[in-house]
Design a protein around this ligand. Structure first.
Ligand SMILES: Cc1ncc(COP(=O)(O)O)c(C=O)c1O
Length: 374
């Protein structure tokens, strides 16, 4: 592997690489656990067309949140029936584009977004299905910015709004509310919040007529140890179509960034190790305080603590403190768990070009995205 990484580094660092075998392993683990569940990959996690193709070939549907994501999903050749259009601020243009292109399942989480769906569906004379996103009111142990189901969250309908949706639902002509949706957050390691959320979704589903779909969202952490949850979801599938929308679980630990040391300088309490990857390539540490393991090509020697930082002109461009071998200029480092919300959140900040993306399969690589200039 080291020789392959050295070869890849010659394309220019920082550089993203993904291991296809790991993506397939994650996908199959999920399918084995959730046999009776429909899996919609959350495109926002990583929308590289080659990655989307892998998930399409695994028979997953797609969860999209914008016209751009929808276009990428459609380009894989997927049947639009296998796309769920989510998002709390869909525009008229996006909804029209989606309906015109055959998408028929939409999540909504406000009364005006429901009416937007109805108005566009009437204009295009198409019948569509809608899923009401609720607040599960489940407090999860994750970064506050990754919580999405609590009372104060911008996502989901509150109880008053649910009453209004119920009232309006009887008057809708082209939209049928056929499902309840919840997504409680991301990077959740414990099954319990998902179980609690599923029961609340079920309770609200019973208040509506015609509920066929329970969309129980995404949010599984990588290496999640599934025990009770698959049993519950598979059991619920006897009465409903059950959807899940995982992103991170499927792709995070299959993606890495290869980066190079560009400077080492005195720091307190440890020396700074400046690498050529920063928050413009991987914003998660700055945005969520996310910790990404960092390895070197020098084996497992643990000789010295460093504060690993990027080259971006922001004080928050810091990966954290790491115990590493003794490092020298131009040494390569591998940043782990970068496959989800890595490249898809990358920017050109500080006038930097976006990195290449590489897919490794059977120990050979292919370039799946070239550098993007401003
Ligand atoms: C509605 C919805 N579904 C699914 C996901 C995917 O979450 P994860 O990547 O944590 O599985 C997200 C992520 O933000 C989301 O907002």
């Amino acid at each position: 592997m080291n020789n392959l990484l050295i070869e890849i580094s010659k394309l220019g660092t920082p550089i993203y690489f993904y291991i296809k075998e790991k993506i397939l392993e994650n996908s199959r683990k999920l399918k084995e656990n959730f046999k009776d569940v429909e899996i919609y990959y959350a495109v926002k996690a990583n929308f590289n067309p080659e990655i989307l193709k892998i998930f399409k070939d695994e028979n997953f549907g797609f969860e999209v949140v914008s016209e751009g994501e929808l276009k990428l999903a459609l380009k894989t050749g997927i049947n639009p029936d296998k796309i769920v259009f989510n998002g709390n601020g869909k525009t008229y243009k996006e909804v029209k584009f989606a309906i015109e292109n055959g998408v028929s399942i939409f999540n909504f989480d406000s009364v005006d977004q429901l009416l937007l769906l109805e108005n566009v569906a009437i204009e295009l004379n198409k019948n569509i299905k809608a899923l009401a996103r609720i607040k599960s009111l489940v407090d999860v142990e994750t970064h506050p910015h990754l919580q999405t189901g609590i009372f104060t969250s911008k996502f989901g309908l509150n109880d008053e709004e649910i009453d209004e949706v119920l009232y309006i639902s009887r008057k809708l002509k082209k939209v049928k509310i056929v499902g309840i949706h919840s997504h409680i957050g991301s990077n959740i390691k414990d099954e319990e919040p998902f179980i609690k959320s599923a029961y609340r979704v079920l309770k609200i589903a019973k208040v509506f007529d015609n509920i066929e779909i329970l969309n129980l969202g995404g949010g599984f952490a990588i290496n999640m140890n599934f025990k009770e949850l698959p049993k519950l979801y598979n059991e619920l599938s006897k009465n409903y179509r059950i959807f899940i929308e995982p992103g991170r679980y499927l792709i995070a630990d299959a993606g890495f960034i290869l980066s190079q040391v560009v400077s080492i300088k005195k720091g307190y309490p440890y020396d700074f190790l400046v690498i050529d990857c920063g928050m413009s390539e991987l914003i998660r540490p700055a945005l969520y305080g996310a910790y990404h393991p960092i390895k070197t090509l020098k084996g497992n020697l643990a000789e010295k603590f460093y504060i690993v930082v990027g080259p971006i002109c922001e004080s928050s461009d810091v990966f954290g403190e790491y115990l590493l071998p003794n490092m020298e200029l131009n040494d390569l480092v591998i940043i782990e768990n970068c496959g989800a919300y890595g490249y898809s959140m990358a920017s050109n900040y500080n006038g930097r070009e976006k990195p290449y993306e590489i897919l490794i399969e059977n120990s050979t690589y292919k370039i799946i995205n070239t550098k993007k200039f401003l």
